[in-house]
Design a protein around this ligand. Sequence first.
Ligand code: BT5
Length: 253
Amino acid sequence: MSVMFRPTILRFDSIDSTNLEAIRHAKAGAPEGLCVVAREQTRGRGRLDRAWESPKDAGLYLSAILRPQIAIEQWALITLMAALAVGDALLKSCGLRVDIKWPNDIFVHNRKLGGILAEAIETDRGPAAIVGIGINLRDAAFPAVIMKRAISVESATGTVPDAELLLEKLTEAIAGRYDLLSSQDGREHTIREWCASSSYAFDRRVRVSGISDTFEGVTRGLESDGALRVEIPDGRVRIVRAGDVTALRAMDK
Ligand code: BT5
């Protein structure tokens, strides 16, 4: 299998958002594999115009440029592939096992350790995907209000992580997972692995806040394009392509 993603790292002390910087580079023609990394972000972004808290040296903030060959309808799989890569890298570099919540959250002990923001853009060289990854490394600098529902690698493992080692393992894991996704049977393989790595894939009671409505149901795996299947009380399965998912405990009615 040919290696397509060769990471090249561009470092900043401070930047508005590594995703925005990567978008600027991609539009200027940068190749697949360029990774923008910053020690802090002054305008770190989540999905739907939310903010991503990014204090200096408290987290890993990385955005990679991809120029995927898979059909654009399948690009949601890129977020799932990136979540698997984050899991691989944290296990290898910090011995930490994480859970993945559909579509883009990295969880430990039911708290958010990291998130992924994948954005599709048009460039003169064709469509590109910018995959932004934020991973909390240490608690200290985060606002208390965030830490109520978040966690860092330091507090999850009891050790300050080696940020450089994590970065190295993360770019390696993205390369491996992305090449796999682009290969024959790579999409089915990615979905299988994602389902095996997420406690949210099957039989989980959830509330889904979609674009147009909110409903509850039980998760029933993924569609072949990465959409989440949720069985609602009348037995029908709804296919969720965008939105937020929260777990409900058995007692929540
Ligand atoms: C995400 O959005 O989880 C995607 C986060 C992606 C961040 C990376 S960092 C590198 C790259 N450059 C960027 O500008 N972004 C990417 P979402 O699922 O919408 O979650 C956002 C919500 O998580 C916020 O509304 C807060 O409630 C919460 N949050 C904000 N900062 C957090 C943090 N550091 N840790 C945990 N939760 C946080």
